[in-house]
Design a binder for this molecule. Structure first.
Ligand SMILES: [Zn+2]
Length: 454
């Protein structure tokens, strides 16, 4: 029997026992929240404030923004106009790097991203505006961004065809009749307007007279700067497409036309596609591409394209990235597009650090320009040294023999390297060349052997 008092006490104890799990839960929850707030203090959230109220930036807004960046981040951002469109709009580029006011540290690889070559394919244009903001706003707080910017010379060109963009309409998933908007102000498709590796000299000369100012600006830029890696962004499909776009057979499609550097290009394409949650699936926009990548000519052949020009006429390895089924989707899709492409954009830039790089000099350390770097198995694609004697040779993992050849110098001995691509920068491999003894008429035998061979 319980007394009144003891019954009360018993009820209290029962209530307490019932409450105990609740108390424990409350305590655990408080502890968890506390831990989360402590953790949050250490995990710095990335600044992606640029995604609020998404809209497509106009030409004037991009120019204003880039000018503002050059003022606000003078060490890391510099604006350049590499030419003008047919209607006089600036072809504007933002350079992002460790110290852009100075010539870059030797052996810093140069990379470029070009958007909106077809004026009505617009996602790439805005993604590059976002990428510029992402790199600059997070440089101080993100180790990944700082490492990339400090070791890479990055050039972002949001629009290569500003005139076409002006003629395009937001929400149009397909091109307008007569490809207005896709083409430039003269109605020319800029991705058919480049010098072609397979055209004969006469055709080449004829075409050069009619070359559009946008194309000419890019040609001069590519030939004048030692770019290592590049991507140009399109719409209307979702796939990473790599050279060649044209082929000797000139079939419309369905036959691969591969470069000597197919392994590097496949790595580049896989890197972009694998980091893109939709592209990697390979079934998009009524097309199927295994792993979300394709050889250009195997998809459909085109002549005078920009990616082939880069690879065939310079040291630059360029790919074409198709971002979305709809060419000019409404701006509310842009934050999701950024989220899908952010990893891919970052990882592809990092690939400029694969393979080997180094300096070619004479015995006194004087740089040798225009030396050829030949790699066993890929001799058909020599890489040329810059004025500062630098070279970058993108390679997939493997064992290679690398040799340097230059006019007036004895060829170097082949150097064997084991490329793993496990380091954050390319493997360093320098060459010191000795002058070649001249024969009786003053012509080096190297000249005879090498240059007349082709
Ligand atoms: Zn396109």
């Amino acid at each position: 029997m319980f007394t009144h008092q003891s019954r009360n006490r018993h009820q209290q104890l029962q209530q307490h026992a019932r409450r105990q799990p609740q108390l424990f839960l409350a305590f655990a929850l408080t502890l968890l929240l506390h831990c989360l707030s402590v953790t949050q203090a250490f995990v710095i959230k990335e600044d992606e404030s640029f995604l609020q109220t998404p809209y497509y930036h106009s030409q004037a807004e991009i120019e204003d923004m880039f000018a503002r960046f050059a003022k606000t981040f003078p060490e890391n951002a510099r604006v350049e106009t590499i030419g003008r469109s047919l209607e006089g709009r600036n072809l504007i580029v933002l350079q992002i790097g460790r110290n852009v006011q100075q010539p870059s540290t030797p052996l810093t690889p140069m990379v470029k991203y070009i958007g909106n070559m077809h004026g009505d394919e617009t996602i790439g244009r805005q993604l590059l505006v976002y990428l510029a903001q992402y790199l600059l706003y997070n440089y101080e707080t993100s180790l990944e961004v700082a490492n990339l910017v400090n070791t890479t010379d990055i050039y972002l060109m949001p629009t290569m065809n500003p005139d076409g963009y002006e003629r395009s309409q937001e929400g149009n998933c397909e091109s307008l009749p007569n490809y207005i908007g896709r083409t430039n102000a003269a109605g020319i498709d800029l991705n058919r307007d480049f010098p072609d590796r397979l055209e004969n000299q006469q055709v080449s000369q004829l075409r050069s007279h009619k070359r559009q100012p946008e194309t000419a600006a890019i040609i001069n830029w590519v030939l004048g700067k030692p770019f290592v890696l590049s991507a140009n962004f399109h719409g209307g499909a979702i796939v990473a497409s790599y050279p060649y776009d044209n082929s000797i057979a000139h079939h419309e499609c369905c036959e691969e036309s591969l470069t000597p550097d197919d392994r590097v290009f496949k790595l580049m394409a896989h890197t972009y596609a694998n980091n893109h949650p939709i592209m990697r699936k390979g079934h998009n926009c009524n097309d199927t591409f295994t792993d979300g990548i394709t050889n250009g000519a195997n998809w459909y052949e085109l002549n005078g394209g920009m990616q082939d020009f880069n690879y065939a006429f310079s040291n630059c390895f360029e790919m074409t990235i198709e971002l979305s089924c709809c060419k000019y989707p409404t701006a509310d899709t842009l934050p999701a597009e950024w989220a899908r492409n952010k990893r891919s954009l970052m990882q592809l830039l990092k690939l400029s650090h694969i393979g080997v790089k180094g300096l070619v000099t004479d015995a006194s350390g004087y740089p040798i320009a225009d030396a050829n770097i030949l790699v066993s198995g890929i001799e058909d694609k020599p890489i040329r040294t810059t004025k500062r004697g630098e070279y970058w040779r993108l390679l997939t993992p493997g064992i290679y023999n690398v040799q340097a050849l230059a006019f007036g110098y004895q060829p170097s001995e082949p150097k064997q390297v084991h490329v793993t691509n496990e380091n954050s920068e390319a493997l360093r491999l320098d060459f010191v060349l000795s002058p070649r003894e001249l024969n009786y008429d003053g012509i080096s035998s190297f000249y005879n052997n090498f240059f007349y061979r082709h």
